[in-house]
Write a protein that binds this ligand. Structure first.
Ligand code: PAF
Length: 275
């Protein structure tokens, strides 16, 4: 498996390869990422995984500096999963100029964006750059980062990028906790409490199906978490089609939540069909 650190070497290594599948990551890889790589392999062409901790998507006071950088272990896992090439550029390689053009997606001030100003601008900007560098035919993103996936699909469509976006199902620990690089920050007690986030989403989905109002479901779920010491950023029922509040008659819904246990912020979501 090749390891490439800059754009020139990347172009040379890819040599105009067709059908490339890109798996963008920030490293510190877990089974969720490896599942994306496996899915990418099934898509056919050469698999490129990028590992880049993108400063642009971290806010002030967030964990950019201490975000785990585990390149050697990541490369071992990627090689075992059948990845063909790892692209791991430096910050100066990705952002060589002091003034940076950025992408400003819609909905960037809602849900996670309301609590992480600038986050989705940073995500969309780096992914657009990665798309331009790798020129993949397909790219894959996990559904755990639901708003990110929604915005990247919209960006690809609206900027007419000739890239098919594939979706990876959320991979969970046996107790239901969605795998995330940030789970490693949890203390033992917090890790034991963490599965409640998904349990509350599942119980909220039952309430939605029983035609409880959105406001009541959101308030119930928020309270259920707060009672166990969670600091809730939001619990929100949205339309899967628009990521806005669902219109009457739009039964394709998703419940999204973000909440903190101690200093660790966890997110999760659950799609629900309501008739
Ligand atoms: O989901 C992530 O790990 C990141 O947001 C991404 C898509 C790699 C962009 O930095």
């Amino acid at each position: 498996m090749d390891r490439i650190f800059n754009a020139v070497d990347l172009r040379r290594a890819l040599g105009g390869a067709e059908g490339t599948v890109l798996v963008p990551t920030m490293g510190n890889l877990h089974e969720g990422h490896i599942d994306l790589v496996r899915q990418a392999r099934q898509a056919g062409g050469p698999v490129v995984t990028s590992i880049f901790v993108n400063p642009l998507q971290f806010g002030q006071g967030e964990d950019f500096e201490c975000y785990p950088r585990t390149l050697e272990a990541d490369c071992d896992k990627l090689a075992a999963a059948g990845c063909d090439l790892v692209f791991c550029p430096s910050v100066t390689e990705m952002y060589p100029e002091t003034q940076t053009f950025t992408v400003h997606p819609p909905l960037a001030d809602q849900l996670c964006g309301a609590h992480r100003p600038g986050h989705f601008e940073g995500v969309c900007t780096v992914v657009l750059k990665l798309f331009n560098l790798v020129q993949p035919a397909q790219a894959i993103f996990g559904k755990k980062d639901y708003q990110q996936l929604y915005l990247l699909k919209a960006m690809t469509r609206q900027f007419n990028l000739p890239i098919r976006i594939l979706e990876g199902e959320t991979i969970r620990a046996q107790d239901g906790l969605a795998l995330s690089s940030r789970n490693g920050y949890l203390t033992e007690a917090e890790r034991a409490e963490a599965p409640r986030l998904y349990q509350v989403l599942q119980a909220a989905a039952v309430r939605l199906k029983q035609h409880d109002t959105l406001a009541r479901v959101e308030a119930w779920a928020t309270d259920a978490l707060q009672q166990h010491g969670w600091n809730v950023d939001y619990v929100s029922v949205r339309s899967r089609n628009s990521l806005l509040t669902p219109e009457n008659g739009d039964g394709q819904r998703v419940i999204l939540a973000a909440a903190r246990l101690g200093t660790t912020r966890l997110i999760d979501n659950l799609e629900v069909d309501v008739d």
